[in-house]
Design a protein around this ligand. Structure first.
Ligand SMILES: CC(C)(COP(=O)(O)OP(=O)(O)OC[C@H]1O[C@@H](n2cnc3c(N)ncnc32)[C@H](O)[C@@H]1OP(=O)(O)O)[C@@H](O)C(=O)NCCC(=O)NCCS
Length: 171
């Protein structure tokens, strides 16, 4: 199976925050943002593997800055690493105030997707070949992040997370 570049999965989604997207303080609701992030990330994962995908897990999301009614939301999604049937997608989110002409970072997150075959069983995906220094850094970190989420999801024993353990235990 051919390897793919991270840039081949690059996806940028832009949305306008309307009244129905906001909470009582006039800021974008976290749930609406996560919904848009899920779609942007799924498109990036599908671009990588050319197959339908499902969300397997979402890592911790911290909302650093609220996005205001009338502002624009930019969501950038890119695959950082492919494993066997799963892919990690990194997302960066910015708000943009057109009237004041400035952009501000809202949050970052990692989503994991699994590609499915026509029988809805996990199917093997192409490997990712990082090119830039940033892609290489994200690629290397993806292995440890995967171990954390599989331990938390009850799918891996902490003892089997060799690369994660190496961060804490010096032989
Ligand atoms: C995600 C799903 C396909 C995994 O299926 P499964 O039968 O558990 O399959 P496996 O245990 O063989 O795991 C398949 C892949 O999922 C990954 N995976 C499973 N649970 C995971 C989790 N909590 N976090 C990250 N990856 C996970 C595995 O690591 C494996 O990846 P790999 O092949 O690259 O190593 C299945 O649990 C599912 O369909 N979940 C519902 C998805 C969905 O509907 N999402 C929308 C939100 S409701």
């Amino acid at each position: 199976m051919q390897t793919r570049k991270a840039s081949e999965s690059y996806t940028m989604m832009t949305e306008l925050v309307l009244p129905n997207d906001t909470n009582v303080f006039g800021n974008l609701m976290g749930g609406r943002l996560m919904y848009w992030m899920d779609i942007a990330a799924a498109i990036a994962a599908q671009r990588h593997c050319n197959a339908p995908v499902v969300t397997a897990s979402v890592d911790n999301i911290s909302f650093e800055n609220p996005i205001k009614l009338g502002n624009t939301v930019h969501i950038e999604a890119v695959v950082t690493r492919a494993f066997n049937t799963s892919m990690e997608v990194h997302l960066k989110v910015w708000g943009e105030d057109f009237t004041q002409q400035f952009k501000y970072k809202s949050n970052e997150a990692y989503y994991t997707f699994v590609a499915l075959d026509p029988n809805r069983r996990p199917r093997v995906v192409p490997q990712l070949a990082p090119e830039t220094e940033e892609e290489q850094k994200l690629f290397e970190g993806a292995l440890r992040r995967r171990q954390i989420r599989l331990i938390l999801g009850g799918k891996m024993k902490p003892d089997d997370a060799v690369e994660l353990k190496a961060l804490f235990v010096k032989e």
